[in-house]
Each structure stands twice: as structure tokens, then as C-alpha cells.
Design a protein around this ligand. Structure first.
Ligand SMILES: Cc1cc2nc3c(=O)[nH]c(=O)nc-3n(C[C@H](O)[C@H](O)[C@H](O)COP(=O)(O)OP(=O)(O)OC[C@H]3O[C@@H](n4cnc5c(N)ncnc54)[C@H](O)[C@@H]3O)c2cc1C
Length: 432
């Protein structure tokens, strides 16, 4: 049996951030990951030379925690145009840059369907959330109180017209939160709005998995062990314990930090130790990838659909190969379509249903889009309603020498996962 100072179970972004922080002061850290690669929910598959992310996600370069852990220059980020094209009644309407130019955005939007006062409200929202984040008052990592509102309640309270909520907030933030009812807690919305207002939505060259790969490369040799499925953790009352792998290997450590996504497997924790927390429901998503030779005219701009679900399954559509390099072989382009959660068709119906809906926007070239793959992610984001945020783990400390990390403790985002990893490591270092 091998002895180390600390064992981290799960090499998602949170586990990687935890291991990296521990290594600043600990001699030996072992990071155990059941999959064959690190990254957890941030993953990319190579299909016929295209890089297909496991679910559409973007990195916001305003994330403070990312600035701490990542080397932006070598990730070679490409950025989406700010704003979006909103599909409405078969046409695409530009919402140019609601984050920095709210009035221009409202003027350009949806041919008068939206009141100009929505522009004023966006400007006011923007200045308030930026100030709130700066002063630390809007912090989605904090445990929410009883008075927390949903995103929709917040927007209504702020006086946004129901048309603007339906035509912009529902399709745009429905795609971010993977739910269009906007039941996600307002704190998460306010923070995300501030991040969009102060940064760019980016993709790293070659796919989202470049982010965890960069973090894993910083670890010393032997620290990360992949294909290492932890099946049992035993705990000594005085602290620390033993970790058992599916292949029979055993490791001992003074401190064990378990990713919350791994603890969704209840047999993993030692007997008698409880998180006091029932893992929440998950929100799932599907991504359909197409290849094409002539990219659609949206280029670097995200297309979000405000059309009724009966019109088609598209939640949002993007062309990652137009945003940054490395997503598609030379001379080809890659198209991502995120599928609406409320579209009830089967996977095999998706490519035709998508082409039919997109042809109305982009014309007959869409018929030539070749289906590459359909990725289903049943556990993409934990539900983040005010209620589930009140019920999440209160602390990353479980018992002497036993800790939790993972996005369930903060907020479900790349930033949230990195924060949770760092905070868990700091708790370990305080305890030793
Ligand atoms: C489709 C999708 C879209 C998203 N969009 C965005 C976005 O646009 N912007 C944004 O900021 N965030 C987005 N996110 C959220 C972000 O990716 C996650 O919040 C973050 O990656 C979670 O990291 P984590 O380390 O907490 O958990 P995970 O990534 O789930 O890591 C947990 C790790 O533990 C491992 N594990 C589990 N059980 C065991 C075991 N028994 N033994 C060993 N290892 C184990 C797993 O294999 C996994 O690697 C999105 C996520 C998804 C899936």
C-alpha cells in the first residue's frame, strides 16, 4: 500500500484545481480519475478529424478563477461576437451587444417588438451586477438565503417587458442554464450576466478539453492516475484513511478530498459519514454536430432560437471552427446545434429536423450539412433553483481529513468548479 499526503478523487476541473493548490505546500498528492482522461464534464472527442465537445460550452475569459489557474496565451482562445442572432418567425434578428451597448442592441432587435425602456433596464442591470460582483455581494459560491428569487422573478421585478424576456432572455439564458423556464437562482443569473458583460465567450483552440489538459500538464509525473476507479473510501477517526480502487490497489493518505460528482455514488463515502446532502437532479442536454464545406453566414455569432418548439429542436447553433482554430480539418467547417430540452423527438429524427429549421434561416446550403455525431449528456448541470442551492452541501469539511470539492458546492460552471477545488485545498491546508 502506498502512502501519500493527500488523495483527490475525481480529476474534473475541481479536482485538478484542488491538486494544483495542494501541491503548493504538500509533498505528495495523488489525483485519481476513473476515466482515461482528466477533465470530467469538460471533454472533447475527435471524430473524423473534427473536435466535438461533449455538449456545447464556452469559457468566459472574465472568470477570475480561470485567470488564476489557466495560461490564456497558450490556450489560444477565439471569441464569439458579443450578442446573438435571435431566430424569430423564420428570420434572424441581431441583438448586437446587450452587455456593452444595450441601446444599440435594443434598437437592432426584433423590429420594434421590444420597448426601448428594456435598453435602459439592461444598462441598469449591467451596472448593478458589475458593481455587485466587484463588491463581493453577488457571489454564487455563497449559500443562498431564503429570500433568493428565480431568474424569471428577478427579470419581472426589474421591469423587463414580457416580449424581451421571451425573445432574448429565454433563448439566450435558457441555453446557458439548460432550462427555458428561468427557474435558475437569480444569483447565478446576475453573476453570469456580469461575466458576459465584462468578458468574451471563448473556445480554446482544438476543443474545450484543452483547458483540463493544460491543468493536468502542470502536475508532476505520477500525480494523476487515470483509469483509476475508486470503489471505497475508509476513514480513520483521527483523520485520513484509505482509498480502494476497482483493480484492488490501495492508497493511504492524511487527507482525502472527494469530488461531489463522485459522491453522487453513495457507496463511495465511508460508513457513518454523510454529506447531509441529497445530490440534486441533473439537467441534461444533446449536441448535434454537422460538417459542411460552406459555413453558414452567422460566422462567429451565436444563433439562439426564440421560435416555438413545434417549429424545430434548435436551442442554439454555432460554428466553432469559425471562432477558433483546430475544430475542423482544412477546407471544412463544424456546426454545433444544442437541442432544446423540451423537444421530444428521438436522436435519429434530429439531423433532418435541424436541417429543416435551419434551412429557413440560411437557405438551401443547409441541405448539404453532413451529420457527424449526436452527443447526449444526461448529467450536464445540477439543478440550481433557489431551493436546490439552499440544500447543497453547507461545507467542504466532512470529517477529520475528509473533504468535498466540486461544482455542487459553489455554482455549476468552469469558474465554480475551480473555486470549489481551491477552497477545498485551502481547507485541507488549514486543517493540517
Ligand atoms: C453540456 C455542458 C455545458 C456546460 N456549459 C458550460 C459553460 O458554457 N460555461 C461554464 O463555465 N460551464 C459550463 N458547464 C459546467 C462545467 O463544465 C462544470 O461545472 C464543471 O466542469 C464541473 O467540474 P467538476 O470537477 O466539479 O465535476 P466533473 O467534471 O463532473 O468531475 C468529476 C470527476 O470525478 C470523476 N469520478 C467520478 N466518480 C469517480 C470515482 N469513483 N473514482 C474516480 N473518479 C471519479 C469523474 O470521472 C469526473 O472526471 C457545462 C457543463 C456541461 C456538461
Amino acid at each position: 500500500m502506498e502512502n501519500v499526503d493527500c488523495i483527490v478523487v475525481g480529476a474534473g476541473l475541481s479536482g485538478l484545481a484542488c491538486a494544483q493548490t495542494l501541491l503548493e505546500t504538500s509533498n505528495s498528492v495523488l489525483l485519481l480519475e476513473l476515466s482515461d482522461v482528466p477533465g470530467g464534464r469538460v471533454a472533447t472527442d475527435t471524430i473524423d478529424g473534427f473536435q466535438v465537445d461533449r455538449g456545447f460550452q464556452v469559457y468566459l475569459d472574465s472568470y477570475a478563477e480561470g485567470q488564476r489557474f489557466l495560461n490564456y496565451a497558450s490556450l489560444n482562445f477565439g471569441a464569439f461576437e458579443p450578442g446573438a442572432l435571435v431566430a424569430h418567425r423564420g428570420r434572424l434578428f441581431p441583438v448586437s451587444d446587450p452587455w456593452r451597448r444595450p441601446f444599440a442592441a435594443i434598437r437592432s432587435v426584433l423590429s420594434g417588438a421590444v420597448s426601448v425602456t428594456d435598453g435602459l433596464r439592461i444598462a441598469w442591470l449591467r451596472s448593478q451586477v458589475l458593481a455587485g460582483v466587484r463588491r463581493g455581494e453577488i457571489n454564487p459560491s455563497s449559500i443562498s438565503g431564503h429570500g433568493e428569487r428565480t431568474t424569471r422573478e428577478e427579470l419581472v421585478l426589474r421591469g423587463f417587458s414580457s416580449e424581451f424576456i421571451k425573445l432574448f432572455f429565454e433563448p439566450f439564458f435558457g441555453g446557458v442554464f439548460l432550462e427555458r423556464n428561468l427557474t435558475t437562482a437569480a444569483t447565478v443569473f446576475n453573476f453570469t450576466f456580469a461575466m458576459f458583460s465584462s468578458g468574451r465567450a471563448c473556445l480554446p483552440a482544438g476543443g474545450m478539453s484543452a483547458i483540463p489538459q493544460q491543468m493536468a500538464q502542470k502536475l508532476p509525473p505520477g500525480c494523476l492516475q487515470t483509469c483509476a476507479s475508486v470503489v471505497r473510501i475508509t476513514h480513520a477517526p483521527t483523520g485520513g484513511g484509505e482509498v480502494v480502487l476497482a483493480d484492488g490497489r490501495r492508497f493511504c493518505a492524511d487527507s482525502i478530498i472527494v469530488s461531489s460528482a463522485a459522491v453522487a455514488n453513495p457507496i463511495l463515502l465511508p460508513e457513518g459519514i454523510s454529506t447531509g446532502w441529497k445530490p440534486p437532479l441533473w439537467k441534461g442536454t444533446r449536441l448535434v454536430a454537422f460538417e459542411c464545406e460552406k459555413k453558414p453566414p452567422c460566422g462567429k455569432t451565436l444563433v439562439v432560437s426564440a421560435e416555438p418548439v413545434a417549429v424545430g429542436p434548435i436551442d442554439n447553433l454555432s460554428v466553432p471552427s469559425a471562432v477558433t482554430e483546430g475544430y475542423a480539418p482544412d477546407g471544412k467547417d463544424l456546426i454545433y446545434v444544442s437541442v432544446r430540452g423540451d423537444w421530444e423527438g428521438e436522436d435519429n429524427q434530429l439531423p433532418d429536423a435541424i436541417r429543416q429549421q435551419a434551412e429557413v434561416w440560411f437557405g438551401p446550403d443547409v441541405k448539404l450539412w453532413n451529420h457527424l455525431s449526436t452527443v447526449t449528456v444526461p448529467k450536464a448541470l445540477p439543478v440550481e433553483t433557489p431551493l436546490s442551492r439552499r440544500q447543497r452541501p453547507r461545507s467542504n469539511y466532512l470529517a477529520p481529513g475528509l473533504f468535498l470539492c466540486g461544482d455542487h458546492l459553489t455554482t455549476s460552471s468552469i469558474n465554480g468548479a475551480l473555486v470549489a477545488g481551491r477552497l477545498a485545498a485551502e481547507e485541507v491546508l488549514r486543517a493540517v
